[in-house]
Design a protein around this ligand. Structure first.
Ligand SMILES: [Zn+2]
Length: 152
């Protein structure tokens, strides 16, 4: 793809995209080019500022993570610490702490091998992945594990 700076006989400047330099020449010869502003067919290519797009995909710059949330994951960055604290309190009050037995317990509950209840605990990313593969809903908490589980 080639981008040419074009200009009509009324000095309107615009860009034209062409598959190749030949493509441009053909379109120009066939009078297919016209000024988008005044519709004039007298279009010339400006000698300056043409460039070739090689088709290489430029990776967009990585979005900078906002670190305004005091170490919380980004999806919670817009939630006040008070609300997060309340959520944690609610979770801690309404769940049973099973610590690092979390994946095991979650599985037992899922397969009715343990009484149904809400549990909290720690799990590795791999644990979480395999739990989800088995259809077990696991929700990450926006807090470090030591706030959720007592040392065992
Ligand atoms: Zn024009």
């Amino acid at each position: 793809m080639i981008v040419y700076d074009l200009e009509c006989d009324h000095s309107h400047r615009f860009e034209g995209w062409f598959g190749s330099a030949d493509d441009f020449d053909t379109q120009l010869a066939d009078k297919l080019l016209s000024c988008p502003i005044c519709n004039s067919g007298s279009v010339v290519r400006r000698p300056s500022a043409s460039y070739v797009n090689t088709g290489a995909i430029e990776k967009p710059p990585r979005e900078k993570r906002k670190s305004s949330g005091g170490g919380l994951p980004q999806q919670y960055a817009n939630v006040s610490p008070e609300i997060v604290a309340k959520v944690i309190e609610h979770i801690v009050k309404n769940t049973e702490d099973v610590g690092n037995k979390f994946p095991e317990e979650a599985r037992k509950i899922h397969y009715n091998e343990a009484p149904e209840r809400h549990i909290r605990g720690t799990a590795t990313a791999r644990d979480v992945e395999s739990l989800r593969d088995e259809g077990i809903e696991v929700v990450p908490l926006p807090v470090p594990p030591h706030l959720i589980t007592k040392p065992h």
